[in-house]
Design a protein around this ligand. Sequence first.
Ligand code: DI6
Ligand code: FE
Length: 375
Amino acid sequence: MAARGDQIVWLGQTRDLPAVLARDAFETRDAQGRLITPGLIDCHTHLVFGGDRSQEWRLKLSGAPYDEIARAGGGIVSTVAATRAASEADLTRSALTRLDSLLADGATTVEIKSGYGLSLEDELKMLRVARGLAAERKVRVRTTLLAAHTVPPEFRTDRAAYVRQIIEVIIPASVGLTDAVDAFCETIAFTPEETRAIFEAAAAHGLPVKLHADQLTDSGGAALAASFGALSADHLEYASPDGLAAMAAAGTTAVLLPGAYYVLSEPVKPPVDVMRKLGLPMAVASDCNPGTSPMASLRLAMHLAVTLFGLAPEEALAGTTRNAARALGLGDQLGQLKPGAQCDLALWDTDQPDAVIYWLGRLPQCQRVVGGLTV
Ligand code: DI6
Ligand code: FE
């Protein structure tokens, strides 16, 4: 492989290396038989948040369902209170502990959602903290506005007013700080009609959309996302075949989140067979969040996607590289080893692709390259 600046310029057998590249090489490295993959891409995280919800686990273990915990004032809303109370420095410090786990595991790009601020000031605070992480570590950060995560307590009696606030105030103010707009379309969150109005506002500001879709019920989220040409629809446990077909036609990537499925003990798996038949690209992400996916490892996400959802190991790896890049609208630059792509790599201390995914709870021996620089 040859790289110039931050880009891959050539791949092939050493004997075929163009003479000019060999002659001009400033630095030559021998990977010594190690497996090289594209740097891993976590295309769905809620990495920035305040507080801790480990005590909720007790309720879950004693059988309380997620929506009951949410209705009882736990769930997302308790993280919202802790996030609002936290300073940018506090949020940065706690996010870095999780980010470092992702990076140790081979990640070179991480998407980070807002959604625990739910006010103009606190959503922008989350987006600034997320963007700021790229100055703290060698990593590419993409941000997503998720003001439509849940209705905040102060708007509980007037949800329409909150949706208006998102549309008229928060989305316009987030331009320049966010790369996309997301919503949680679900019986316990936002209706398809509310989601549609929010997506129209995103489109009016030139922002692409993504959707938490059909995670707990079939709300028609997959088809709704497709109708806006969404970059991705995520979760999809209950997505209908028609919804998935609409996604395939629209070029919307399916993002599988096995961590949340596992932690919630969901009874229904995402319809991976249908996705495959449709040729729908499948990404795999950590969904790292304090409530439903306390997981900061893409290798573990891939492992769970294989063991729980029946992905082949190579499908799981495509899910955190090529298809994860598509889910972020970066498919032409990231997630593949090809000339013209960014030189973001993970060099693994193995020559066995499956070994990257197979081992649990073991520090991966992995070296990262971001934009051509070893980090
Ligand atoms: N779906 C989820 O699984 C998370 N958010 C979402 O839209 C849950 C986030 C949380 O419980 O804090
Ligand atoms: Fe999520």
